[in-house]
Ligand binder design. Structure first.
Ligand code: F6P
Length: 342
C-alpha cells in the first residue's frame, strides 16, 4: 500500500512525532511506502512531494514544527481543487491519505472523503478544540509553556504590586487559558466562550489590593471579548480565511483596568512561543499513538474516520461527526474555576 501524509493549518508540537509514527508503522508493520505532501493541502494541489522512509524520520520524535511544512489554504481553493487533488493522488498511486490537522484540515479531509478518496484524519491543535476527542496533541505542550511563563510572572508582579495580564492563544476555545490559569494559580481567567464584564474584573482587582494581596495575575484568551457596551475593543476585520483579526484584547483590557483601578498593569502576549519547541512527553506519546492507529486504520479500511482519544484508548470516529462543531469550554468546566477567582 502507498500512504500519503500531509500536515495542514498552524503547526504544533507533536506533528513530527506523528509523521515518524506513520512512517515506522507503515514500513515496518505493513511493508507499505509513505509519500509526504509539502505545506499541507497546497503541496497536494501543486504536486509537491517528498518520499518518507525510516531514515527520513530518524530523530523527528522530539523535534517541534513539521518537517513537511504546513500552510493554511482558503476553503474556496480546496473546494475548487478536489478533482486536481484526486488526480495528483492517483498519479502517485496513493491508496490512502492521512491528513494531520485542526478544524480546517479535517473539514477538507471530510470533503475529500465524500468525494471518494480514502482518508484517515489525525486531529492536532494546541487549542484542543476538535470535537469527539478528549485531547489533541500540542495542547499539553502549549499549556506547559504558558504555565511556566505565568509562574515566572507571579514573582515580578508581586515585587511591583502590579496587575499582570497574560494573553494566550485560543481563537474560539479557551482551553489553554482555562488549564494554564488553573495550573499557574491565576486570579482571573477570561475565555472566548463567556464575554467578560470589565466592571467585575476591575472590582476583583481593587478587592485583592484592598485586602492586602500583593498582585493580580489574569490569563486572557486571545479570542475573549468584553460584554457589549462594557468597553470598546478595536475591530481588526477578517483575514483571507474568514478569521477575525485580533487586536490585542489583553492590552486593551489592561489600559481600561489602569484607568478604572489606578493600579499599574503590564501585559505579556505569549503568541507563537506556545507552539514552538519540543513536545512534552504526553504529547509525544499521544502523537505516536495517533500515528500508529491511523496507519492501522488506513490498512484495515477505517476510511472516512479520524483517530480520537477516548479515556485512555484510541478510537475511530466518523470525520463527519468530528467536524460538525468545535469543542469549546463548557459552563461546567468554567464553573470549576469559581473557587480560585479573586
Ligand atoms: O489554531 C492554532 C492557533 O495557534 C490559534 O490558537 C491561533 O489563533 C492561530 O493558530 C494563529 O495562527 P497563525 O499562526 O496563522 O498566526
Amino acid at each position: 500500500m502507498r500512504i500519503g501524509v500531509l500536515t495542514g493549518g498552524g503547526d504544533c508540537p507533536g506533528l513530527n512525532a506523528v509523521i515518524r509514527s506513520v512512517v515506522r508503522t507503515a514500513t515496518t508493520q505493513y511493508d507499505s511506502t509513505v509519500l509526504g505532501f509539502r505545506d499541507g493541502w497546497r503541496g497536494l494541489l501543486e504536486d509537491r512531494t517528498t518520499p518518507l522512509d525510516v531514515a527520513a524520520v530518524d530523530g523527528l520524535l522530539t523535534r517541534g514544527g513539521t518537517t513537511l511544512g504546513s500552510a493554511r489554504v482558503a476553503p474556496e481553493k480546496l473546494h475548487a481543487g478536489i478533482a486536481q487533488m484526486k488526480g495528483v493522488l492517483a498519479a502517485h498511486g496513493v491508496d490512502v491519505l492521512i491528513p494531520i490537522g485542526g478544524e480546517g484540515t479535517l473539514t477538507a479531509a471530510h470533503l475529500l472523503s465524500e468525494a471518494g478518496v480514502p482518508v484517515v484524519g489525525i486531529p492536532k491543535t494546541i487549542d484542543n478544540d476538535i470535537d469527539c476527542t478528549d485531547l489533541t496533541f500540542g495542547f499539553d505542550t502549549a499549556v506547559s509553556i504558558a504555565t511556566e511563563m505565568i509562574d515566572r510572572l507571579h514573582t515580578t508582579a508581586e515585587s511591583h504590586q502590579r496587575v499582570l495580564l497574560v494573553e494566550v492563544m485560543g481563537r474560539h476555545a479557551g482551553w489553554i487559558a482555562l488549564h494554564a490559569g488553573l495550573a499557574a494559580g491565576a486570579h482571573v481567567t477570561l475565555v472566548p466562550e463567556e464575554p467578560f464584564d470589565v466592571d467585575e474584573v476591575a472590582r476583583l482587582v481593587t478587592a485583592r489590593f484592598e485586602r492586602g494581596d500583593s498582585h493580580v495575575i489574569g490569563v486572557v484568551a486571545e479570542g475573549a471579548t468584553p460584554l457589549p457596551g462594557s468597553m470598546p475593543l478595536r475591530d481588526g476585520g477578517v483575514d483571507e480565511y474568514g478569521h477575525r483579526r485580533f487586536t490585542g484584547v489583553a492590552q486593551q483590557l489592561g489600559e481600561e483596568l489602569e484607568r478604572r483601578t489606578g493600579k499599574e498593569v503590564r501585559t505579556t502576549v505569549l503568541g507563537h512561543v506556545q507552539r514552538g519547541g519540543t513536545p512534552t512527553s504526553f504529547d509525544r506519546v499521544l502523537a505516536t499513538r495517533f500515528g500508529l492507529h491511523a496507519t492501522v486504520a488506513a490498512h484495515e479500511g477505517g476510511h472516512g474516520q479520524m483517530v480520537a482519544l477516548r479515556g485512555t484508548e484510541i478510537e475511530l470516529v466518523p470525520l463527519a461527526r468530528a467536524v460538525a462543531r468545535l469543542k469549546t469550554v463548557t459552563p461546567r468546566r468554567l464553573a470549576e474555576t469559581g473557587a480560585f477567582v479573586g
